[in-house]
Every structure is written in C-alpha cells, then in structure tokens.
Design a protein around this ligand. Structure first.
Ligand SMILES: [Zn+2]
Length: 473
C-alpha cells in the first residue's frame, strides 16, 4: 500500500454535499488513485502508524511514503473545465478580431482556422492543457469541430496530448455540416458530410471512451451550433449518443444573433429548437446558455440539462450575462468553462472562478454569489455537467484529484481568510496539482506522465511559430 498524507492544510474546500472536515489533512492511496481518509483537526490518520510530530517534510515515515506539510496551502478539488477549443490558443489576441462580437469574430477567424495542421493542433492542445493544469485544473473538456483536409485524426492527437500530461479529459467529436452555400455561417471547405461525422464519432467512442470511476479519457458528441450544423445532424447525433451512452454538447443561446438565426431558419426559439431535435435531456450540456427566458430556464432544469458558464468569453464578445443562479436554482447543473483562447484568451480556470463571481454578482448581488458557490461551480458543478460523480469533491472514495494553492505572495499579503483570499485576491497558479494520486504539477510547473518536467520554453517557441504561420497563410 502506498500512501501520501497531505498534513495540516491552511484550509480545504471539500466541495458540495459533505459535512466532513479535513483540517488535519487528506490521505491518498497512490495505487488506487483515491482519497482514503479525511483527518480531523489535531488528529493523525487512523490508517497509518503514529507519526512523530517532527515528521513534517517529505519522506518516508510511519506507514506513509510521503508526508507533505501543507500548512501554507489551500486545497480544493481539482478544478474541472467544461468548455474549450484548444486549437484556438494559436489565435489569441489577434488584432483583426480583437474588438468584434461573435458572428463577425467567427467569420473572420474561420478561414484562418481552416489552415490548421496536425502539428499545430498537437502544440495548441499541449499549451492549453499545460496552462489549465498549472491553474489547478485536473479535468478538461474540449470542443473540437474543425476537420479541414488532413485533420481526420484531430481527436486522436488530443488523446495523445492528454495522456502525455496525465490529465483527465472529456474530448468531444465536434462537427460542422451547414456551410455558407446552404445558409450556415462557416465556409464550405470547413464542413463535413454527416455520414463521415457520425462514422468517425462512433470510431472515437469505441476506441477511446472509458467508463466508470477514474476514467481518464472520455468522448462526447458535439455538433458546433445551430448556425453551423443541419437539423438532421443534430437529431442523428442525439440518437447516436443515446445508442453509445455518451454525452452531448453544443453551443446554445450565446448571442441574440443566434436567437434571430433560429427564429428565421427554424421558426423556433433556441430551447424549442433543442427540444425539436431530441436534445432536451440530462445527457446534454450547453456552452454559454445566456439568452433564456423564465419558462425556458424551468424546462432546462426539469430536463436535467447542464450549462458551461464562460464568463470571460461572454464579457469579451459582449454576448450577455448568463442567468447562472436562476439556472442552478431551477435544477440545471452549472459548471465553469474558460472557452476557446480566441475569446478568453487565457486557459486559466482559477482566474475564471473570480470572473464568474464578479460577473454573477452584477446580476444577483453579493450575497447570492459566494466564493464557495463559484468554487463549487468549477468543481462539483462542472463534474455533474460532464456526467461524473467520482471527481469534483474531496471525499473518501473519490478520485485523488486535488489543487493546492499557496497564499504567500504579495497579492495575498494582509489577507485573513484563506478561501475568500483564494478567490478575491486573484490566485493565478496552483503550486501543486494531483491527478488520480499522481503529482502533475510541482512548484508551479507541469510534470508529464513520464515524470519529466514539461519543456515549456521549447513548447512556446514551436507553438509561436505555428501561430505565426496560421495567420500569415
Ligand atoms: Zn465555445
């Protein structure tokens, strides 16, 4: 048996649905990758032999392989990102679209994105994952819907990158099938035939999708949006997801332009459209979900739909303020997403927690949107949005996915209470991150699944070069 005791944390956010305390620390079994004990204040783990008081640093003592003093750390469940487009790290802060709303931003970026190559996607994915990981994220969802010529293996490339970094991921096989010539938004050369999309979706699920507790890689199906896929593909994707028992994802109700598109093309509002194509169920999680009326919020909650709230992206594209508190109160699972890096432009999830707090307070007031509530969105809420109950909270039997933040920099000096400090003072980076009982970040730096520190300098140099090539054509 191999055990790690994270001893005497400064504070722990255990997450939703638990009355336990872990002021004395957390014990992890590194063989099963799970949490095996929460230690009350002033006590020692019952699962190990008594340990000397002096044993406060790393190294074998008692029944533990490692005892780490975490009295300078705040511990949260590993943060879970529910919406991203990894490839967009190649088009961050690009001046031609820096000041555009969604539709103009998209139509200018599509031709650039259409030049994506396997090498560029591999680098972009690694950059996004490493950035997320170092911000405390242990599970990342990606929505990849770009399959221009030569990009047939896009999701396979992402799976490899996830495995190299040792994170968990929900990789979605996205799709676009409604090009400009047929009244859609994307250029014709970026759309695919429905038969190709559905066959590849099935292949990816059958090849990579893991089920049950501790899954590392999962696959979902994700037609891009109402304005880029046909009604038939929406319907067929829902049927295939039910057949394969995997999750469904799409962008919905992000902007008023999209609402107008749905009214004009389908004669329906967005949620009616969703219902008409068989998507109004608990398999579905939606990116953004901003422009819903009261009745739609009640319907989404009753159906058990989830929403990935992406505050920074919504502010940058001036899309609107999601009704996150009302959605949650109606029964919708609310998770957080950084969204793609062309509309955020950072893949930093702990920063997104702070953004969510402030944006939602503008709508609902300070009392309704607490630091704990937004941390729960980024953890238990996000886990539920991805259909998982083995991650997102710190409890015995759950996966040992943890983020440890130090509060000893200038930004935290003079702060009093650790959990509010983590959110309000603006934490940027985790000091340590554990995924399934294995350290994937130490001293703020990503460690690959092979145990080697990620060569960030080389990664950035190669990624920059690909980014330059992409926009220069
Ligand atoms: Zn998106």
């Amino acid at each position: 048996m191999s055990r790690i005791w994270l001893r005497n944390p400064k504070a722990v956010h255990l997450g939703r649905n638990t009355d336990a305390t872990a002021d004395g620390g957390i014990v992890i079994d590194t063989e099963t990758g799970t949490i095996v004990e929460l230690v009350p204040a002033g006590r020692e783990p019952v699962g190990g032999r008594p340990v000397d008081d002096g044993a406060s640093s790393s190294g074998p003592a008692g029944a533990f392989d490692e005892i780490i003093d975490v009295s300078d750390h705040v511990i949260t469940p590993g943060l879970i990102n529910t919406h991203h487009h990894f490839y967009q790290t190649l088009t961050r802060a690009w001046a031609p679209v820096a000041d555009f709303p969604l539709f103009g931003w998209l139509t200018n970026l599509y031709p650039v994105w259409a030049r994506l190559t396997p090498q560029a996607l591999e680098l972009a994915t690694t950059v996004a994952l490493a950035e997320l990981l170092e911000s405390g994220c242990t599970t990342a969802a990606d929505h990849h819907y770009l399959f221009p010529t030569g990009m047939d293996d896009a999701i396979d490339i992402e799976v490899e990158a996830v495995r190299r970094l040792g994170m968990r991921a929900m990789l979605t096989r996205g799709s676009m099938s409604l090009g400009e010539e047929d009244g859609g938004l994307p250029p014709q050369r970026t759309v695919q035939d429905p038969e190709v999309i559905l066959a590849d979706s099935r292949r990816l699920v059958e090849t990579y999708h893991e089920r049950g507790a501790g899954a590392q890689v999962q696959i979902g199906l994700a037609p891009c949006s109402p304005f880029s896929v046909t009604t038939e593909l929406m319907r067929e994707s829902a049927a295939l997801a039910a057949d394969l028992d995997v999750r469904l994802h799409t962008h919905l109700a992000e902007t008023l332009d999209e609402e107008d598109f749905c009214r004009e093309r389908f004669g329906l509002r967005t949620v009616d459209y969703l219902d008409s194509v068989g998507w109004l169920g608990d398999r579905t999680w939606l990116a953004h979900g901003i422009h819903f009326d009261d009745e739609e919020i009640a319907r989404l909650g009753a159906a058990g739909v989830s929403v990935a709230h992406c505050p920074t992206s919504n502010m940058r594209l001036a899309s609107g303020i999601a009704r996150a508190v009302e959605l949650e109160d109606a029964g919708v699972h609310v998770g957080l997403g950084v969204d793609g890096s062309a509309s955020n432009d950072a893949s930093n999830l702990i920063r997104e927690v702070r953004q969510a707090l402030y944006l939602q307070r503008l709508r609902y007031g300070a009392e309704a949107v607490t630091c704990e509530r937004v941390l729960d969105w980024a953890t238990a809420g996000s886990a539920a949005a991805l259909g998982r109950d083995d991650i997102g909270t710190i409890a015995v039997g759950r996966q040992a996915d943890l983020a440890l933040f130090r509060l000893d920099g200038l930004a935290f000096s003079g702060s009093h209470d650790p959990i509010p400090a983590l959110v309000l003072c603006g934490a940027e980076k985790a000091d340590r991150v554990m995924v399934g009982g294995q350290w994937r970040v130490i001293d703020g730096h990503a460690i690959g699944a092979d145990g080697q520190a990620l060569d960030k300098e080389a990664l950035i140099a190669a990624h920059r070069e690909e980014a330059r090539r992409l926009v220069s054509g």
